[in-house]
Design a protein around this ligand. Structure first.
Ligand code: HEC
Ligand code: HEC
Ligand code: HEC
Ligand code: HEC
Ligand code: HEC
Length: 197
């Protein structure tokens, strides 16, 4: 009986299957690389801001301490943002107030905060605490990079779950020992419920 497919067709089919399999592997690898790349997490990408504020000028050139504007960072979950008054302490008299400072006047008149865009905001289901991290001796730069050199504020790390966990795994034994010494409970740093509500 004549075979349904000729030997040539069989070889062709095998060839096509190899090519298809290779293409699938390549597509998977590319998708994985894109999903894991910094660009996807917004690393290095600034946001449009109501005022073109520069950390390079204020924290770099002038040398203001981070806590001058982010006063809650040692005591609260949120670092906090400066009020319009904090900016106008310098910008109402000493330096010319130009159109770019209009959002400060608006905030002052309406008693509302300036609506800065965040490049760091975590999803709602994640809990983060600045005070605990600063209290453990971490520096701003470990998580935010060299902010005092940034003309426009960008994220320096992915802030993905993997990024948090990498440090938490390393830090867990020391943190547990420190808290045992102080006689206080700490939630295990790698438990889901420590970071998720
Ligand atoms: C003169 C006030 C001022 C000082 C000093 C200052 N900041 Fe800021 N910071 C701001 C303002 C205003 C914003 C919002 C605009 C922006 O993102 O550039 C901001 C934004 C940020 C953000 C991003 C917040 C987000 O939600 O994405 C980080 C991180 C930050 N600052 C860290 C620092 C660090 C670290 C220092 C010290 C090296 C510092 N800041 C010093 C005023 C200040
Ligand atoms: C301690 C004083 C001081 C405080 C507080 C301060 N600034 Fe400034 N700011 C300066 C100085 C000094 C300059 C540089 C002026 C120059 O070189 O022309 C400047 C420059 C600026 C510029 C112009 C930047 C550029 O690229 O030319 C903006 C916009 C600005 N500040 C916004 C703010 C905002 C918003 C706040 C509050 C979050 C703030 N500043 C708080 C002192 C201050
Ligand atoms: C362990 C990592 C880590 C350290 C250390 C850290 N931050 Fe943050 N920071 C974050 C994360 C994560 C967010 C986003 C938090 C959120 O959305 O709930 C954030 C958000 C911020 C914000 C914007 C939102 C807010 O919380 O008000 C500012 C401003 C900020 N950090 C400033 C600082 C300063 C200043 C320091 C040093 C004194 C510092 N951070 C140290 C990880 C860190
Ligand atoms: C560079 C290291 C580092 C990174 C990155 C980091 N953490 Fe932590 N985290 C710590 C250490 C150290 C502690 C223990 C603090 C202590 O001893 O009280 C801690 C504690 C915590 C706690 C427990 C606070 C409490 O009092 O119960 C939470 C929640 C937390 N981290 C969330 C996060 C999240 C979410 C991220 C990522 C967005 C993150 N952390 C990134 C080092 C880190
Ligand atoms: C050290 C802090 C930390 C711990 C511990 C942790 N997570 Fe997360 N997780 C995060 C952060 C931060 C994100 C958000 C990342 C982002 O911006 O999408 C996240 C995101 C997630 C998401 C959403 C994924 C997505 O694609 O949006 C799930 C589901 C999740 N975590 C499950 C878990 C489970 C289950 C555990 C326990 C085995 C756990 N997490 C432990 C920090 C943590």
């Amino acid at each position: 009986m004549k075979p349904l497919f000729s030997p040539g067709a069989d070889r062709k089919l095998r060839g096509i299957m190899v090519v298809v399999a290779a293409a699938l592997v390549l597509a998977g690898t590319v998708a994985f690389a894109v999903a894991r790349s910094d660009g996807t997490w917004g690393v290095g990408t600034p946001a449009a801001q109501p005022i073109p504020f520069s950390h390079a000028i204020h924290a770099g050139q002038i040398g203001l301490d981070c806590r001058f504007c982010h006063a809650g960072v040692e005591t609260s979950a949120n670092a906090g943002m400066p009020s319009a008054e904090t900016c106008l302490g310098c910008h109402s008299q000493v330096w010319n107030v130009t159109a770019q400072f209009a959002p400060l006047e608006t905030a002052l008149t309406l008693g509302t905060p300036v609506t800065w865009a965040s490049v760091h905001r975590l999803p709602e289901h994640v809990r983060f605490q600045h005070a605990a991290h600063i209290g453990a001796g971490l520096t701003c730069a470990q998580c935010h990079g060299p902010v005092e050199t940034m003309a426009r504020t960008v994220k320096a790390e992915t802030q993905s779950m993997g990024w948090c966990l990498d440090c938490h795994r390393d830090a867990a034994p020391e943190a547990a020992a420190r808290h045992a010494q102080l006689g206080v409970e700490i939630s295990p740093l790698t438990s889901c419920s420590t970071c998720h509500r």
